[in-house]
Design a protein around this ligand. Structure first.
Ligand SMILES: CC(C)(COP(=O)(O)OP(=O)(O)OC[C@H]1O[C@@H](n2cnc3c(N)ncnc32)[C@H](O)[C@@H]1OP(=O)(O)O)[C@@H](O)C(=O)NCCC(=O)NCCS
Length: 194
């Protein structure tokens, strides 16, 4: 391997899961996705930074991407998180990402949903379709009981998406996540398997 990862020299292996909708395909990331991922993340960098934890200085490098890929593979095997990329089915173009993070088993059986979409695909229902596929996977395949989500109070698009997906607003959490270097209040949402 050419990338500069120190410990993990082998190719990460993620399962061949692919969730197919009408307009999107949602699947785990592959090493061959790097150039598309780099292009779309870099094009959306300024916009996404305002909604995400602080980007590392190497956040767009292949080394970072491969470390992330290895972590996703480990998380998947260990049932800790399930991370996916979203593709426009017609064009086979990478358009976003959606993750089930912080899997909590035992009496909780829940996960936290995170997502982003390329600006050119925003406001057209692509994320809602990807969200429905991942929710179905979470409840039917992973047998989770609840999905949590949190968004900044002024993130209207995210709030609308969650409502569209059937989430209910459940509360408010002060200084909940450090976003772009600042502790920020969040609105909490939940979706329970019914
Ligand atoms: C949050 C985010 C993923 C929402 O994406 P989105 O594209 O607005 O979400 P949807 O897929 O639900 O699209 C909804 C819009 O598509 C429209 N739409 C068009 N065709 C549609 C269709 N066939 N089906 C459903 N909606 C459709 C809806 O009317 C709605 O339009 P509106 O925004 O003008 O009301 C996106 O804004 C984003 O990436 N933001 C930056 C990152 C971020 O905030 N992440 C979440 C942190 S909590």
């Amino acid at each position: 391997m050419i990338w500069a990862g120190k410990k993990e020299q082998t190719k990460p292996s993620l399962p061949g899961v692919a969730l197919e909708g009408f307009r999107v395909v949602v699947r785990p990331c592959r090493d061959t996705d790097y150039s598309d991922w780099q292009r779309v993340r870099s094009r959306n960098m300024d916009r996404l930074k305002t909604f995400e934890p602080t980007w590392m200085t190497d956040a767009l490098t292949q080394d970072f991407f491969m470390r992330r890929l290895h972590r996703h593979a480990r998380d998947w095997v260990e049932d800790r998180a399930y991370c996916f990329l979203i593709f426009d089915k017609l064009e086979n173009r990478l358009i976003g990402g959606i993750n089930l993070n912080h899997i909590c088993r035992g009496a909780a059986q829940n996960a936290a949903l995170g997502y982003w979409i390329d600006e050119t695909y925003e406001g057209q229902g692509y994320m809602a379709e990807a969200g429905r596929l991942v929710i179905e996977y979470a409840f039917d395949t992973l047998k989770l009981h609840r999905i949590n989500a949190a968004c900044l109070p002024d993130n209207e698009r995210s709030k609308n998406l969650l409502t569209r997906l059937g989430f209910e607003e459940e509360g408010f959490a002060k200084n909940y996540f450090k976003i772009n270097g600042e502790w920020r209040d969040h609105i909490l949402f939940g979706l329970v398997k019914s």
